[in-house]
Design a protein around this ligand. Structure first.
Ligand SMILES: [Zn+2]
Ligand SMILES: [Zn+2]
Length: 277
């Protein structure tokens, strides 16, 4: 029988900071990030909950661990079933509850999630356990919190768009920001839980200004392990502005929720709800 818990990869991205890649759905892997301080460790996002997070992190550090979920989507939160000290923004509470309820998880298994594992031996038993497990609601944290890990501080910021309660982290000491799904090169803001395109544009303008002010030069996101730049975020902003100014740009994006369009521009892409400009 396939051991799904072994399908991960750990990489040091810079001093005392690691990415943990968990293989997940349609080749779109979930990347979590681990920050180790002198006294504590922090995990940003906890993936599909398939890999053995305590064991993997235990091989890197034995410091007390807290976990912050960037938002309530299932590919970022399901490791809460393994961890003791987890947090999420209260705005994303309902998104979390929906994404961890059994009927919705069954739909994920039927549709795209975990496709990479589907032909593996023992998949059905594994999926049955995955959908029926208890995923406890994390404690709440807000976007103004600063976390002192000992010798390094990690700051949170609310970046509404993809979901209303999406959080980003900055690691000012090393000039890095972690945006998860909130500001990746191809961003989804057509979801029921997303903001309007205009609110997203406003958020990006402020976010870019803050990153530049704080000397952030590198960025990391949730579905690829590459190092990104602040300039790429400016390209995303241009893409969103272009979409707003040109309602016929791009093409229709079929989805079960609403009328959406996908617009590609300047190396970025945005999927937005045409009724929420
Ligand atoms: Zn998401
Ligand atoms: Zn995601």
């Amino acid at each position: 029988m396939t051991d799904f818990s072994k399908q991960y990869e750990v990489r040091k991205i810079y001093e005392n900071t690691y990415s943990i890649k968990e293989e997940g759905f349609e080749g779109l892997d979930a990347y979590m990030y681990l920050f180790v301080g002198e006294e504590k460790a922090l995990l940003f996002d906890c993936g599909f909950g398939i890999i053995d997070l305590k064991k993997i992190i235990g091989e890197i550090t034995d410091k007390p661990l807290m976990c912050i979920c960037s938002h309530g989507h299932h590919d970022h939160i399901m490791g809460v079933c393994q961890l003791d000290d987890c947090y999420i923004h209260s705005i994303d509470k309902d998104v979390f509850l929906l994404n961890t309820c059994e009927p919705v998880l069954r739909m994920f298994v039927m549709n795209n999630t975990l496709t990479v594992h589907k032909n593996s031996e023992g998949f059905d038993e594994f999926a049955e356990e995955w959908v029926s497990k208890d995923y406890p609601l994390p404690k709440f944290i807000d976007g103004t919190t600063c976390i002192d890990l000992g010798g390094r501080e990690i700051k949170l910021r609310l970046i509404p768009g993809h979901t209303q309660g999406s959080l980003a982290l900055y690691d000012e000491k090393y000039g890095a920001a972690f945006d998860s799904d909130g500001a990746s090169r191809g961003v989804w803001i057509h979801l029921v839980e997303s903001t309007s395109l205009s609110e997203y544009i406003e958020m990006l303008e402020e976010y870019i200004a803050v990153l530049e002010e704080r000397g952030i030069t590198k960025r990391f996101v949730a579905h690829n392990g590459k190092e990104h730049t602040v300039d790429e975020l400016k390209n995303l902003l241009s893409c969103c502005r272009y979409a707003r100014e040109n309602p016929d740009a791009g093409e229709e994006f079929r989805n079960p929720y609403n009328k959406a369009r996908i617009v590609r521009y300047d190396g970025s892409a945005v999927i937005y709800n045409v009724e929420k400009i």
